[in-house]
Write a protein that binds this ligand. Structure first.
Ligand code: ZN
Length: 457
């Protein structure tokens, strides 16, 4: 008889344990096969490595590979062809593409307080890969836009990234492939924390790192917000992690074992990237008379502009290396040396105000009409993202990304981030332009200008 009581007690205890311990998340519905995640990731990795600057430093790449592979091996993650590379970008971020390619920003290496924090972010990223969040979201987008393609099946298609690009699914801002929903973030936090604990890293450090990011959220330094925009906080992220700690694999956690301090010294000594792999030196292409894209470098210091824009006051800050000039049509052009090719802006910001026909701004509707007219104005323009809410100065705005042919020689593409803001009666438009290879590099400067926008200076 007593044996039954014991059995019952054990069952009750197990049930209580199971209720407290969240079930490990599993991949959701997906149109792609796992092999296609890998193929897609490879295609996008080529794109990433053309547009971002992979640091040619063996020590740094070896270090993140060692931390990443320790998670892969001891965390029991699925067998994707993972690899890890460091890209030179001061914003605090890391991202993983479907099927395993993972990129760590130098900004993350600088910001991590110990190796466990870096490992935690990597484990979080690897969880997105294992849970196939990118292709899950892409599947939903494909199903909505092209049901025929779903019926026909994606199987066996080559050039998946080109196929998705036709549907506006790329690696731009707010991409469904690397920017996730809050529920997916909860899943990646949970699996990530479990994975790092299994590999011997204290999962509390992931919570601490998120705490640090959250505490710097309001900081005018835009660098931290990149991670939070790709990985929106599910709200009680830190508390949720702490609640799961008792159910995580126990230590010993040896977060201090790595040589992160040395790695941070190596990062600090990196010189500014000379140029991304597909950039060419500035100046005039020999024999063609055509202007090639300059290498744009900014100190981070800004100047203030106060003036008028089509009858209304406007003020904003802009990089000290650039100038503000009025175009013949009344719009403003903010750019630096070699920033224009003929009348076309090669990099910088075009600031304009567009009157609305009934004297009222319907921001979503007017934005759509404006972006459509831009997309039809030539240079092979293509919409890369749906409008996303942003704050421009004190006003709500919408940001939409397009890509188009760059006016610089070489036949490359540029990114045009179109930010529309309601000024009451007119819609103010900022078009932030850069060659695709340098857009990430200029994004902080663009964001700073957008944040500084004022209409009643
Ligand atoms: Zn995430």
């Amino acid at each position: 008889m007593w044996k039954r009581w014991v059995a019952l007690l054990v069952i009750c205890a197990l049930a209580a344990f199971a209720a407290a311990q969240k079930k490990m998340p599993k991949p959701g519905w997906n149109l792609f096969k796992k092999q296609q995640d890998i193929q897609l990731g490879r295609e996008y990795a080529q794109q990433v490595e053309r547009q971002m600057y992979v640091v040619p430093n063996k020590e740094l790449n070896d270090y993140v590979t060692r931390v990443g592979m320790r998670l892969v091996r001891q965390g029991g993650l699925e067998d994707y062809p993972y690899y890890f590379k460091v890209v030179q970008d001061d914003s605090i971020n890391a991202f993983a593409l479907p099927g395993g390619p993972t990129y760590v920003h130098t900004g993350l290496l600088k910001a991590a307080e110990n190796e466990a924090q870096l490992a935690g972010v990597l484990a979080h990223e690897l969880s997105h890969v294992v849970l196939r969040h990118g292709t899950h979201q892409a599947s939903r987008a494909v199903a909505l836009q092209a049901p025929a393609m779903v019926l026909g099946g994606l199987v066996g298609r080559s050039g998946l990234s080109a196929l998705l690009a036709q549907m506006g699914i790329g690696l731009g801002a707010n991409s469904v492939l690397i920017g996730f929903s809050r529920s997916m973030e909860s899943e990646a936090d949970l699996l990530g924390a479990y994975t790092m604990a299994k590999a011997g890293y204290n999962p509390l450090e992931l919570a601490r790192f998120f705490e640090k990011l959250e505490s710097e959220r309001g900081n005018p330094n835009w660098l931290v917000s990149r991670f939070l925009s790709d990985h929106p906080s599910p709200g009680n992220r830190i508390q949720a992690l702490e609640e799961q700690l008792p159910y995580m694999p126990r230590g010993p956690y040896n977060a201090e074992e790595g040589d992160l301090a040395h790695i941070q010294q190596v990062v600090a000594q990196l010189s500014a990237p000379k140029r991304a792999p597909d950039q060419e030196p500035a100046g005039t292409a020999p024999g063609t008379g055509q202007v090639t894209a300059p290498v744009i470098s900014l100190s981070g210091n800004v100047r203030e502009y106060k003036g008028s824009l089509r009858g209304g006051a406007v003020a904003f800050s802009y990089p000290e290396e650039w100038q503000v000039e009025a175009n013949p049509d009344g719009s403003l052009r903010v750019t630096g040396e070699n920033g224009t090719v003929g009348s076309a802006l090669g990099f910088g910001v075009l600031v304009d105000a567009v009157p609305t026909h009934d004297g009222r701004v319907d921001l979503p509707g007017d934005t759509k009409a404006y972006v459509q007219s831009l997309a039809q104005s030539g240079r092979n323009a293509k919409t890369e993202s749906e409008p996303a809410e942003v704050t421009a100065g004190e006003s709500p705005g919408l940001a939409t990304r397009l890509s188009s042919d760059s006016p610089y020689a070489g036949g490359r593409r540029e990114i045009d981030m179109v930010v529309t803001v309601d000024r009451g009666g007119t819609m103010v438009v900022l078009i932030c332009v850069a060659p695709a290879a340098q857009f990430t590099h200029l994004e902080d400067a663009f964001q700073a200008l957008i944040r500084s926008l004022r209409f009643n200076p």
